[in-house]
Each structure stands twice: as structure tokens, then as C-alpha cells.
Design a protein around this ligand. Structure first.
Ligand code: DAK
Length: 257
């Protein structure tokens, strides 16, 4: 498939989606979001791909939604564009998503990174929700996901001041998994994607679902969901293979069934 705003490459076991609007610091316009969501959904159906890296370039992961595109829109036009539906579709992707972030991850860029399951950052990454400076508030989950990741006090400070935080602060605050020198951030993400791609796919899928479930359920409901997923995996060939391989002291050979 040809894309104008993203580059998609398939490696062994994982795919890389790279934003390709460097002239505007990868600002997320409607077309880019459309291409991103369609690629993610198509990759989600591809059994050869078991993990996806979403990245930008060294200077910017993404500096937010495209301000020029929405500056003159009315509330009714914004409603008609129904962009939230597109963001919700990203939330429903079943394969693990790794954000490899360097440079600016602001506004929608920070929200997109937080929609991913794991964030690997370069030392130069900067995270922020600067929407307050242009007269709005985060619109794609920033007030919710940031608060869950870093707690109320820090989220309030970021959302109310629009101030950026460094990669190291983001790591210390629990927003980012790992910070590495800028020349290695993509490689680090690739290593992680390769590692996850080597795990049994059904267990990976249910593990992701169960962790995400903890965000929108009671502990009781979450434990019940986890338990059922755990039992379900005993219907898979990979559970039999994994446990047999352990007993026989050999590497498991996953079939994905
Ligand atoms: N949109 C459009 N263009 C952008 C942009 C953006 N978000 N960010 C940067 N650019 C463009 C600049 O206009 C400039 O273009 P030219 O002037 O060269 O044509 C080019 O990228 C380079 O930017 P700068 O010259 O400003 O570069 P600097 O290094 O000096 O500054 C910066 C970098 C990141 C500090 C600065 O560009 C900046 O403050 N950018 C805006 C950051 C921001 O406010 N981001 C939040 C946007 S609001 C929704 C979902 C999500 C959202 C909304 C709705 N729905 C589902 C409905 C999200 C909203 C947002 O993200």
C-alpha cells in the first residue's frame, strides 16, 4: 500500500511504522492518522507480524495534532470529522505497540505514545501536553492516560502549564520504560520487538488485553478476566508445547495455535 505520510516496513516478526512529515515535526494531520490506523489494522491481521514499532525521527516523534488543520474549524466541523473514532481504533489493536520516541512528543504525539504499550525514548525526547497554550485541553486521552501513568500531581502540572519534561524525568515518573542515547533508541525498540515476537502469540495477545483491562475495571472484574484468559490458554497448542519444552529442557517451538 502506498502512503503519503508514513513509511511502513516489515522485518522478521515485527513491523515499523515511521511518521514522514519531517517538515512539520510529524504533526498528525487527518490523512496521517487515517494511514496509521489503516496500516495498524491491516498489520493486526497479519500472522507474520507479532509486534509493531511506531516512530518518528530524531527531532520529533510528533509535535501534536496538526494545528493548522484545525485552527479554523468549528465545533460542529470537529464533531463531523469524528477523529476520536480513529483514535479508539488504535486502542483496539491487539498486537503489542512500542513507541520509539526521540525529540518532541507533544499533545497528540504524547497521547499517541501513551496509547502504545511500551515507550522507548532517546535521551533527547521531550514529552508534554501543551494544548493549554493554544486555548484547548488534551483531546486524545492525555488527561486520563497521563494521570494514570504519572499520578495526579505531575499530570496536573503538565496539563495546566503545558511544560515539557525530559526523557529522564519521564522515565523516573513511570511514563517511559527505558532511555538510551539517541543513536540507539530505534535499535533498542527493535530488540524489544524481536524479543516479544519470539513469544507465543496467543499468550501475548491475552496478556496485553488483561493488562489493559486493569484500566477500566474493578480489581474483582480484572482478576476474573485474567483467570478466564489463563484457563483459555490451556486450550492452546502453545501452552502444551511451552510446558513440555520446559520439562524436556529444550527451546519451545511456537505454532501460534
Ligand atoms: N501542527 C502544525 N504544524 C506544526 C506543529 C503542529 N502541532 N508543530 C510544529 N509545526 C510546524 C511549524 O509550524 C513549523 O512549520 P513552518 O513554520 O516551517 O511552516 C515547523 O513545524 C517547525 O516548527 P518550529 O519552527 O516551531 O520548530 P521549533 O524547533 O522552533 O519548535 C516546537 C518546536 C515543537 C516547540 C514548536 O513547533 C511547537 O510548539 N509546536 C506546537 C506544539 C503543540 O502545541 N502541540 C499540541 C498541538 S494540539 C483530537 C486528538 C488529538 C488532538 C486533538 C484532537 N481528536 C481526536 C479530535 C491533539 C491536539 C494537539 O496535539
Amino acid at each position: 500500500m502506498n502512503h503519503e505520510n508514513i513509511l511502513v516496513t516489515k522485518e522478521s516478526g515485527y513491523a515499523v511504522i515511521q511518521f514522514n512529515r519531517p517538515e512539520v515535526l510529524n504533526a498528525l494531520n487527518t490523512k496521517l492518522m487515517e494511514e496509521l490506523v489503516e496500516s495498524l489494522e491491516s498489520i493486526d491481521q497479519d500472522d507474520d507480524v507479532r509486534c509493531v514499532i511506531i516512530t518518528g525521527n530524531e527531532k520529533a516523534f510528533a509535535a501534536g495534532a496538526d494545528i493548522k488543520e484545525m485552527a479554523d474549524a468549528s465545533a460542529i466541523e470537529m464533531l463531523g470529522r469524528d477523529q476520536f473514532a480513529r483514535w479508539d481504533r488504535i486502542r483496539r489493536i491487539k498486537k503489542p505497540l512500542i513507541a520509539a520516541v526521540s525529540g518532541f512528543a507533544l499533545g497528540g504525539g504524547c497521547e499517541l505514545a501513551m496509547t502504545c504499550d511500551i515507550i522507548i525514548a532517546s535521551e533527547t525526547a521531550k514529552f508534554g501536553q501543551p494544548e493549554i497554550n493554544i486555548g484547548v485541553i488534551p483531546g486524545a486521552g492525555g488527561t486520563q492516560r497521563l494521570t494514570r501513568a504519572v499520578g495526579k500531581a505531575k499530570a496536573m502540572e503538565m496539563v495546566l502549564t503545558g511544560k515539557m519534561i525530559s526523557a529522564e524525568e519521564a522515565r523516573q515518573w513511570g511514563l517511559v520504560n527505558k532511555v538510551v542515547p539517541v543513536e540507539y533508541y530505534l535499535q533498542e525498540a527493535r530488540n524489544l520487538a524481536e524479543e516479544i515476537a519470539g513469544k507465543p502469540p496467543l499468550a501475548v495477545r491475552l496478556a496485553k488485553e488483561a493488562v489493559l483491562k486493569s484500566f477500566d475495571t474493578t480489581i474483582e472484574g480484572g482478576l476474573e478476566f485474567e483467570r478466564r484468559s489463563f484457563y483459555l490458554l490451556f486450550a492452546s497448542d502453545d501452552q502444551k508445547e511451552g510446558m513440555k519444552a520446559f520439562v524436556e529442557k529444550r527451546r519451545p517451538d511456537w505454532s501460534g495455535r
